[in-house]
Write a protein that binds this ligand. Sequence first.
Ligand SMILES: [Zn+2]
Length: 341
Amino acid sequence: MWSVLFFLTLIKIENISYFKLGNFIRLSIEVSQKSDFNFSAEKNAVKMMFKEPLILGKNNYAHKKKAIPFRMIVKGNEMIFIFEENFSVARYFVLPFPYKIIIDVSFNTSDIEDILTEREKKRRPKIVLDAGHGGKDPGTTHFNIREKDITLSFVKELADIIRKDGKFELILTRDRDEFLKLEERSGIANSVECDVFISLHVNYTKKPMVRGFEIFYFSKKFSKYALRVAEKENGVKLKEDDIVLFELFSSYKQENSRKLADFLKESLKDVGEVNRVEGAPFYVLAGTFCPSVLIELGFISNHEDRRKLISKSFRKTVAEKIYEGIKSFITYQLSYQNSYL
Ligand SMILES: [Zn+2]
């Protein structure tokens, strides 16, 4: 007697989490493996059609009793999210380790007063500053100096300067010692519709003589060196296959991120050597819709850089230079697109 066995691959939905910030919801769907899917979004529904059938894992929001601002339907190869109201925009990207589909949905408010206030706010471009690491993640540490403290001190310095100037709206991903996932950081940037996103970090190498600034933007093309830095900041080793998974929203964003990095290099080189401006697959930059860069402020492994990184006067000068770079970039965009103000 012949028996035929079919090995059908199932995609298990391991976990679904979300966060809501004002008129913005970010969904994070962790699935058991990579899979192609078609994404469509209309009115208040986001639909994903996979090649393989889906099954729900145990650790799923559907099993928890709490108010959730959307409904989820999983049927055959299809996964649908229905929101309480129509959205103005819905976008997605994917992240490896573990494989996650991230969906960002923004809603327009129907209240005319809110719309007017929103327009008022829109006159000022929004800068989102991200102090790398925090909480249980100290980042790189050397001689009891922790990256998470240095990045926060630089962000606070820069925030003071931006607030005093009053030209831009400012949003910080964290203003204290707290842990945030990398995807939460870019989620915050998208939730406020950022115009510029800057993530600050501190570098480390085994070569104690190496020092200076390094500036990175998101790219799927990169040098070996830039990949090493990205792996250090991502906290995982990346395989060639996984890098392909990163979705770039548009070449427009990449081009502008590179431009932003160039402006920052121009202003920062007055205070120190800028070793490189390069692209690499950084998680924290992968999900933002606005021009985004990551600045390595110096090497904690170098004596001179370490001394500077904890000095108030250096912090102040660097913050001023970063702000100068951001302003030049925004001015350039203004003259180029005439889209702000
Ligand atoms: Zn870092």
